[in-house]
Write a protein that binds this ligand. Structure first.
Ligand code: PGA
Length: 252
């Protein structure tokens, strides 16, 4: 069975005391959600221990926002899959458009991070998505397909539930302009075609989640789409009320 996933990407927000308060409020807010959803929190590295400690024994899971591709060594400033597992992470977000756009992460880098994480049994959410310019030039499907194909090349997946693709149109991130459910579904189904052509029918179990200005008032219609299996939440995840509302709607 495929579970929907709701993941809060806190980006470079939340000092440790703020992270504590937000986590405590989310924990109490989702306590009565019975539906079998994967609910993830992805705080900045500096708050992983605080958030990880608080969610221990709850249904919430810990994710990092990034990871490096080597396990140890002279890589100043980087954090390995083994270190993230050691810090309590079950998941890592890889290739977020802010990392691709601001920090120069390429498909090749994303691929290395993805392989290293899965090799260490760190589960991954790999982000893909087009810029506004690319959408206006009608290159959306081509760009997203090539990002997905690069991630999937020679990938050996033992468990389809540990690999999630997040479609995040760059023009919809943090802008309040979400893709319409139909626009998102069109890309999700194009992604689904690729996973199907590479892995066969069983790859239906790979979740494809949507990100970009998801809020309590648009989550329902997004999740009604056939190929949308959850959401990656930025801004709305920094507020316990709105994050909890999204989780509750996803759990209905
Ligand atoms: P947003 O961010 O919800 O603030 O648009 C989504 C994301 O970047 O994952």
């Amino acid at each position: 069975m495929k579970k929907n996933m709701i993941a809060g990407n806190w980006k470079m927000n939340m000092l440790r005391h703020e992270a504590r308060e937000l986590t405590e409020n989310i924990i109490s807010g989702v306590a009565d959600v019975e539906h079998d959803l994967d609910i993830l929190l992805a705080p900045p590295f500096t708050a992983l221990d605080i958030v990880g400690g608080l969610i221990e024994g709850t249904r919430l899971k810990l994710s990092s926002q990034n990871v490096f591709w080597e396990d140890r060594g002279a890589f100043t400033g980087e954090i390995s899959p083994a270190m993230l597992l050691d810090a309590g992470c079950e998941w890592a977000i890889i290739g977020h458009s802010e990392r691709r756009g601001i920090l120069g992460e390429t498909d090749a880098i994303v691929k290395k991070k993805l392989n290293a994480s899965l090799a260490d049994s760190l589960k991954v959410i790999v982000c893909v998505g087009e810029t506004l310019e690319e959408r206006e030039q009608e290159k959306t499907i081509k760009i997203v397909q090539s990002q997905v194909k690069s991630a999937l090349t020679d990938l050996e997946l033992n468990d389809y539930s540990e690999f999630v693709l997040a479609y995040e149109p760059v023009w919809a991130i943090g802008t309040g302009k979400n893709a319409t459910p139909e626009q998102a579904e069109q890309v999700h189904s194009a992604i689904r075609e690729i996973t199907g052509s590479i892995f066969g029918q069983e790859s239906e179990l790979i979740r494809i989640i949507y990100g970009g200005s998801v809020k309590p008032d648009n989550i329902k219609e997004l999740l009604e789409m056939e190929n949308i299996d959850g959401a990656l939440i930025g801004g709305a995840g920094l507020n316990a009320d709105s994050f909890v509302k999204i989780v509750k709607i996803a759990g209905e």
